[in-house]
Design a binder for this molecule. Structure first.
Ligand code: ADP
Length: 443
């Protein structure tokens, strides 16, 4: 039993006691029934909470899921997808911005695609062959003209040397790796001639090659060269005959007319020199010219040159000196042409020097054999230095004619130097002298 007693008070005075008693079993029954009810209530509350949480979370994740799906589709290039959200909350704002972004990307992509299409059409319509190479020499892009040139289709991904076998292209591509300027070279693919121009796209280290077909120009050049050779050939015989007759009548002519004969003789000699030089230039310009390469002694060459010019040098009271440095003895090249090169340079030096000396030097500079021909007189103005190697270019026409030059001597020299893969340049100071420097790679 459970007893509970409570005092009954009147003010501070206890006037009685209230006593209640109950069986413990009844209390237990009451507590049990209460516990069951509490458990049922807790269960119901939990189920309601779980349902609420489930619906709440579903409502929250559905728009995020939609955003993820749409962004995935956009990433795969489907710009027609849209985010559609019902709830008017921050996620709907985000969805709106996302849709705007998709529209922007779509219009940018359309723009880029149109530009790409336009560029491809332009590249395809270019008559010149165009090819872009990556760093390894693989073709990244090429146009139809290039495919036509090589007679091979679907070249992308192949190495350029599988289709263009001219070694000059390989040299150009190799040089391009160390150069930032445009480089050009004349090449041949099948029976056609091309001017190949190489440029580097700096950002990607890719090389762009453009092939201009110059076959027609080459044909014209050949016709011109053949014409010059033929005309020179035809002129040579009558000129030699005229020269012979002049020399014959020279002895019998009276003094009064001798000066006219002298003028005719000078002009005939000049014409013969021009014809001879023209033939030499034309032969040197022939693409199929072959050098007769031999090893010859430089000292002997200088000795022969000294004998050739002995009289001329003496008559002008000049000094001609030959110096060999670095103990070089042998030179590999076309002996006849190298001799012709020195003859032209020494002839010029004598021609344009009234007083002083002409020095011919041979030596070594790095990986080159260096020849120098220097004189001590009139010099060449700066503005003419670059052009004197052109055909018929003369610094001062009246001066050159007086001294009986043809304007072809240095052009011949330059051709000979280039045929030997060499370089030529001139250093000159007016009225002090000129030095022609020639470098040939040591083979
Ligand atoms: P040219 O037969 O007229 O000498 P070149 O081709 O040999 O023709 O030379 C071209 C021009 O270069 C000449 O007209 C001359 O003015 C100049 N030149 C060549 N060599 C010399 C030199 N050693 N000194 C001064 N001028 C020179």
């Amino acid at each position: 039993m459970l007893y509970v007693a409570l005092p009954i008070k009147d003010g501070d005075k206890i006037i009685g006691v209230s006593r209640i008693s109950m069986f413990i079993t009844d209390i237990d029954n009451l507590i049990n029934s209460l516990r069951d009810k509490i458990l049922v209530v807790i269960l119901i509350v939990m189920i309601i909470a779980l349902l609420f949480a489930f619906f709440f979370s579903r409502n929250l994740t559905r728009p995020i899921k939609q955003l993820v799906e749409v962004s995935r589709a956009v990433a795969h290039g489907d710009f027609d997808q849209k985010v559609v959200l019902k709830n008017n909350d921050e996620l709907k704002l985000l969805g709106g911005s996302f849709n705007n972004m998709i529209n922007e990307i779509k219009s940018l992509f359309t723009q880029v695609n149109n530009q790409k299409l336009e560029l491809n059409n332009i590249i395809a319509s270019i008559q010149e062959g165009l090819v872009v190479l990556d760093q390894l020499g693989k073709i990244v892009l090429c146009n139809q003209s290039f495919e036509k040139m090589t007679d091979v289709e679907s070249l992308t991904g192949k190495f350029y040397w599988e289709t263009v076998r001219d070694t000059k292209v390989a040299t150009l591509v190799k040089k391009m790796g160390n150069s930032s300027t445009n480089l050009t070279s004349e090449i041949q693919i099948k029976d056609e001639y091309y001017l190949c121009s190489a440029n580097q796209i700096n950002s990607k280290k890719e090389i762009v090659l453009i092939f201009y077909n110059i076959s027609d120009l080459k044909k014209l050049e050949n016709i011109k060269r053949d014409f010059v050779v033929n005309v020179s050939h035809e002129l040579r015989t009558p000129l030699t005959v005229i020269k012979g007759y002049i020399e014959t009548i020279e002895d019998d002519i009276d003094k009064k007319n001798l000066k006219y004969i002298e003028i005719i003789k000078n002009h005939t000699n000049r014409l013969i020199s021009i014809v001879q030089d023209l033939m030499t230039v034309s032969q040197l310009e022939d693409n199929h010219i072959k050098l007769n390469l031999t090893e010859f002694n430089i000292e002997k060459l200088f000795h022969d040159l000294n004998i050739t010019f002995e009289q001329k040098v003496k008559s002008k009271n000049l000094n001609l000196v030959f110096i060999i440095n670095d103990n070089i003895q042998i030179f590999q090249g076309d002996e006849f042409k190298i001799e012709q090169m020195f003859i032209n340079l020494i002839e010029n030096a004598i021609r344009y020097t009234e007083k002083g000396e002409i020095i011919v030097r041979a030596g070594v500079e790095g990986s080159f054999i260096k020849f120098e021909v220097s004189d001590t007189r009139i010099g060449i103005p700066d503005k003419d230095k670059e052009r004197i190697f052109e055909r018929f270019y003369t610094v001062d026409k009246s001066r050159s004619r007086q001294i009986a030059g043809t304007g072809l001597g240095l052009s011949i020299v330059k051709h000979i130097v280039l045929l030997h893969n060499g370089k030529i340049c001139v250093k000159s100071v007016l009225n002090s002298g000129s030095t022609f420097i020639i470098l040939f790679p040591i083979i």
